[in-house]
Write a protein that binds this ligand. Sequence first.
Ligand code: NAD
Length: 505
Amino acid sequence: MTATTATPDPVPILSGGRWENVATPRFGRVYNPSTGEIIARVPMCTAAEVDAVVRTAAAAWPAWAATPVVGRARIFFRFRELLVRHADALARSVTREHGKTLAEARASVQRGIEMVEFACGIPSLIMGQSLPDIAAGVDCETVRHPLGVCVGITPFNFPVMVPLWMFPVALVCGNAFVLKPSEKVPLSAVRLGELLLEAGLPPGVFGIVHGDKECVDALLTHPEVAAVSFVGSTNVARHVYEVGSRHGKRVQAAGGAKNHLIIMPDADLEQAARAVQAAAFGCAGERCMAGSVAVPVGAAADPLVELLCGQARSMRVGPTDDGGDVDMGPVISREHLERVVGYLDIGRGEGAVVALDGRTLAPPGPGFFLGPCVLDRVEPGMRVAREEIFGPVLSVIRARSLEDALTLGATCPYGNGASIFTRSGHAAREFKRRFPAGMIGINVGVPAPMAWFPFTGWNQSFFGDLHLQGIEGMHFYTRQKMIMTRWFATAQESHQDPVWKSKSE
Ligand code: NAD
């Protein structure tokens, strides 16, 4: 698909294996955040359009569910080869519509490919259990069944990786799938759909719709939808969980985050500062696993803030879509840029000190640029300590002791990730046992799990029971059936006919 500023193309939906343009009156704009240019128009699907795609998927589902799991997995082996072959182009697509650097985009595509590799192994994971003679002559087994039509609703910050957290596992498990990518970054998702069809997925089994709340609510309430996977901000995650559950869907909804990085005075401070810098400012801070609160303990504070500000000041911020050698790209939109910058004033108004103002490090527009920002002397009750900013703004809370640092988790509504930097096994052990977050790093800045492990957000960072990724992800997309079997010997088998005798007399 080509697009120009003058006549940006509409983004098609996918239904029944065909790409279609939608005749909706409402369209959104897709930007290249590096230039501010509009690169596509995305249709805001109505309930009627959602209904048609879901019903097409539901009609395709029984034949797909009846396809042997090894056959389903084989399509994903081919899909994996296509993803590898087109990885660079996919990364460029991510950079173009999202703005992250090409290196960051490549890493995210690689993480997505690993999800497909995980999905290719599902035939061994989906096997049930059995116990013969659970009572005399009675055997018991469990088998896993797919659910039906599953839906994925994804955020803007990982246009390839987050959709790949969902549909490869759902489809290999035998479900049909309808994806609703973020309306801010729909183009890479369309490319994934094209490659999936090229890999040989039967038409209709996978669909794509586009839109905002109207489209999402139509999916959440559709009678043919069995399960919903959501990744996005906490308020929307809660809405998706509540509405989806009320309508009888199985729901997993991953939300926002505020992740703490504790730096003990015994840590290698240079190493820790580099890790904090990467965790806070990687992907321009637009990561649910971004380290957005640094918590230096005791004497670590002054040298850490000095090191961090020094390193961050040298980061090159600029356009990412022209192959330029930069460390940080733009944020997603002008509106988001203004929101993020607004937090500098909010922090200052609350008594924090702006130790580094990223506005001075950003190139002028038309792209949506902001350099790394450091807010020092933040207190736990401040908005900049508790709210997700989702941009390159690091809050620094200076803690007097490990004990004080450990209590910070309870002052924050989220519970995605948290890390400690220390050489002390005792401090690390206390931290991993007591800090109320689902993903823990020890001398690791971004403890985001790979495909084989679950993405275990806690508290307001996750709504539901079974997380995305790993075996939990496979469990989410299947339901178990327990089968208890007893066979009675017929009269012929028991006694009369020697052919059937199982014991010699
Ligand atoms: P968002 O919540 O605004 O949008 C996510 C999806 O929900 C999009 O597809 C969007 O169209 C839809 N949506 C938006 N508003 C809606 C509404 N009112 N009703 C129904 N649907 C709606 O999130 P975003 O800004 O695209 O992404 C950033 C957020 O995602 C951050 O909060 C980030 O922490 C979170 N995130 C979480 C994880 C995780 O694993 N926990 C991973 C990536 C991103």
